[in-house]
Design a binder for this molecule. Structure first.
Ligand code: GDG
Length: 529
C-alpha cells in the first residue's frame, strides 16, 4: 500500500470515529486502549497467551516473509501488546517460523515495526493431533457446544493437552523471569495453563477469556477429567464468558464438581484462600473500521465485480460466511433455502445465495461431513431451482483476506447466521457494521450469544426448517422504511460496543477486581492438576 493510500485510509478512519463520537455515546478506539495501558499497566507487562499467533512467517523462494493473522480479536490484542510493549506467547505455526526466531524462540512484532516480543512455542504435528485436533477440538469443542456431536474422550489426548498447556506456562514463566505481569489467556485450548502459572508464581495476575459456550452441569459432568479442568480455570483471578448464561453455567458446574463456595450474587468462586471472579463480556468487532471499508471505492468496485461474475444484476442476494464447522448450521440453512424456493417459487430467479465456507479442522470426519452436506444442498438448490443469469446458490470454499469479504457483506440483502450453538458469532456483527446504507436483513439463530444483544434481528431456529424458510421470506419482503429502522437499531447496538471496548472492559476488570482481592488471598498456590 502506498503512503498516500495509507494516509487517506487513516484520515478516513479518524473522520468516521470523530463523526461517531459526536453522533452517539462515546466508544473506544485503538488509541484509548494505548492510553489505558500506559495509565494502568505502567510497571508490569501484559502477557497474551493464545494457541494462535498474531504473525506467521513463511518462505517465498529464498526470502522470509510474514503475514498478520486476521481476526478482530488478534488485531485488538495486537494493538494492546503494541501499546505497552508486552509479550505474546503462542504456537509457532508458520512454515518458516523457526527460521525467523532468535536462539530463545523470540521474534519482534510487528516484524516491520517492532513493539513487542512474540515467543513461539513449538508443537509437533503428532502432538497437535492429540492436543489440538484431539482433546481441544474432539472433546472440549463438542462438549461445550450443544450440537449433538458426541465428544471423544481419549486419555492420550487429554495427557497431551495438559502437557502442551504446561509447555505454554513454562514459556511464559521463562520470559517473565520473576517479574510481575498481567497474563491474559485465550480460550479453550489453554484451560490447565493457569494452574501451572500460579503454582510457580502465585503473585501473577491471570485473566482468561473462554470464547465458546459453557454448557450446563449435566452436560459437563460426562468429562472424565472435569476436576482437573476446573482446577485449571479456577487458578485464574478473572474468567470471562460472552454472556451471563455461560458464566452462570460455569458457576453451577463448579458448585457441582468441587468443594467450593460459589457466590452467584457476586459472581465469584472462593476456594480455600483463592478467589476467581467470573464475568460476562460480550465480544464485538472493529465496527468503525469495517464501516469505513464498506464505504470505500474498492468495496463498491468489488461489489460490482461480484454481481457481474455471478450474474446478480437486479437480484436480491443472500449471504453466509462461516468456518465449515458443524456448530454453524450451514446445511440446515441451505435446506431451509431449498424449502423457501419450494414454498415460494416467486423467489426463483429473483433471489440468489452465496455461501463462503472456510475449510476448517478438515482432519476430523465431522468437519468433512459438514463440507459434504453443504455441497450436496448447494447442488440440490441449483438443480431444482435453476435461473438463466447464473447459479442460484454459490459455494466458495476458501479462506479470503478479510478485506475481500467486505464487498460480499456490502452486497448482501440478507445475511444468514444460523448456528446450532455459538459463543457470540462475529459474522452477525460484521454484517451490520458493513451495512451503513441500512440495506439488509439479519436472520439470526437464537442459539448464538449475539442474539442476546441483537434482539431485533429476524430470530429463527436452524432446527425449524419451515420457520427459517418463512423468516427468509419475511425478511426479504419487509418494506423499506421498516427495514431501515430495524437495521439502524441493530447497527447502533454494534457501534456502541466495539472490540476495543471489550478489550478495555476485560483488562480493566482484571485490574480493578484485583484491587478488591485481599493480598493474603494471593499467596497460596492452588493445587496443580
Ligand atoms: C469463536 C467462537 C466467537 C470468516 N471467513 C473468513 C474470515 N472469517 C472471519 C469472520 C469472523 C470470524 O472469521 C468468525 O468468527 P465467529 O465469531 O463467527 O466464529 P469462530 O471462528 O467459531 O470463533 C465464536 C469468537 O470465537 C470470538 O470470541 O464469537 O462464538 O466460536 O471474524 O469475518 N476471515 C478471513 N477470511 C475468511 O475467508 N480473513
Amino acid at each position: 500500500m502506498d503512503v498516500g493510500t495509507r494516509i487517506r485510509g487513516a484520515l478516513g478512519r479518524a473522520a468516521v470515529r470523530n463523526h461517531a463520537r459526536h453522533e452517539g455515546p462515546p466508544r473506544r478506539s485503538r488509541e484509548d486502549v494505548h492510553a489505558w495501558a500506559r495509565a494502568h499497566l505502567p510497571d508490569r507487562p501484559l502477557v497474551v497467551v493464545s494457541n494462535r499467533e498474531p504473525y506467521s512467517h513463511y518462505r517465498d523462494g529464498d526470502r522470509l516473509r510474514w503475514v498478520r493473522n486476521a481476526g478482530g480479536l488478534t488485531v485488538a490484542l495486537d494493538s494492546v501488546a503494541q501499546a505497552i510493549g508486552g509479550l505474546w506467547v503462542a504456537h509457532g505455526s508458520g512454515t518458516a517460523d523457526r527460521a525467523s526466531v532468535d536462539a530463545r524462540d523470540r521474534v519482534a512484532c510487528p516484524p516491520d515495526h517492532p513493539r513487542y516480543t512474540l515467543r513461539r512455542v513449538w508443537i509437533t504435528p503428532e502432538e497437535m493431533a492429540r492436543y489440538y485436533s484431539g482433546f481441544a477440538n474432539s472433546a472440549l469443542w463438542p462438549l461445550c457446544h450443544i450440537a449433538y456431536v458426541r465428544p471423544r474422550f481419549r486419555l492420550d489426548d487429554w495427557q497431551m493437552y495438559d502437557a502442551i498447556n504446561r509447555r505454554f506456562a513454562e514459556a511464559v514463566l521463562q520470559e517473565l523471569d520473576g517479574r510481575p505481569a498481567l497474563v491474559f489467556v485465550q480460550d479453550y485450548h489453554l484451560a490447565t495453563l493457569p494452574a501451572y502459572l500460579k503454582a510457580a508464581r502465585p503473585d501473577l495476575q491471570v485473566a482468561m477469556f473462554w470464547h465458546i459456550p459453557w454448557p450446563n452441569p449435566e452436560v459437563f459432568r460426562i468429562l472424565p477429567w472435569r476436576h482437573e479442568l476446573i482446577e485449571g480455570l479456577l487458578a485464574t483471578d478473572l474468567l470471562g464468558f460472552h454472556i451471563r448464561q455461560h458464566a452462570n453455567n460455569f458457576l453451577q458446574t463448579v458448585g457441582e464438581t468441587l468443594e467450593a463456595r460459589v457466590d452467584m450474587e457476586a459472581m465469584a468462586v472462593i476456594r480455600g484462600n483463592r478467589r476467581t471472579w467470573v464475568r460476562a463480556f460480550p465480544i464485538s468487532v472493529d465496527a468503525d473500521e469495517i464501516a469505513v471499508m464498506a464505504q470505500s471505492p474498492a468495496a463498491e468496485q468489488g461489489e460490482r465485480a461480484l454481481r457481474q461474475r455471478y450474474g446478480l444484476e437486479g437480484m436480491q442476494v443472500g449471504l453466509g460466511i462461516d468456518r465449515l464447522d458443524y456448530t454453524k448450521g450451514i446445511p440446515e440453512r441451505l435446506q431451509a433455502l431449498h424449502r423457501l424456493f419450494e414454498k415460494r417459487p416467486e423467489w426463483i430467479g429473483r433471489f440468489a445465495y452465496i455461501q463462503i465456507g472456510v475449510p476448517s479442522r478438515i482432519e476430523l470426519q465431522e468437519y468433512r461431513a459438514v463440507q459434504r452436506r453443504s455441497r450436496y444442498w448447494i447442488d440440490r438448490i441449483n438443480q431444482d431451482f435453476p435461473r438463466p443469469g447464473g447459479p442460484t446458490a454459490v459455494f466458495l470454499e476458501e479462506n479470503m483476506d478479510f478485506r475481500e469479504l467486505i464487498p460480499y457483506y456490502r452486497m448482501a440483502d440478507l445475511c444468514a447466521v444460523t448456528a446450532l450453538h455459538d459463543g457470540m458469532n462475529l459474522v452477525a456483527k460484521e454484517y451490520l457494521a458493513a451495512s451503513p446504507d441500512l440495506e439488509g436483513a439479519l436472520v439470526l439463530s437464537p442459539f448464538t450469544g449475539a442474539a442476546r444483544e441483537l434482539e431485533r434481528a429476524w430470530i429463527a431456529s436452524p432446527y425449524d426448517r419451515e420457520g427459517l424458510a418463512d423468516a427468509y421470506h419475511a425478511a426479504l419482503l419487509e418494506p423499506e422504511a421498516a427495514r431501515h429502522e430495524r437495521m439502524a437499531a441493530l447497527r447502533e447496538t454494534v457501534l456502541r460496543r466495539n472490540i476495543y471496548d471489550w478489550t478495555l472492559e476485560v483488562l480493566d476488570a482484571a485490574v480493578s477486581l484485583g484491587l478488591r482481592t485481599p493480598q493474603a488471598e494471593e499467596v497460596a498456590p492452588p493445587p496443580v492438576p
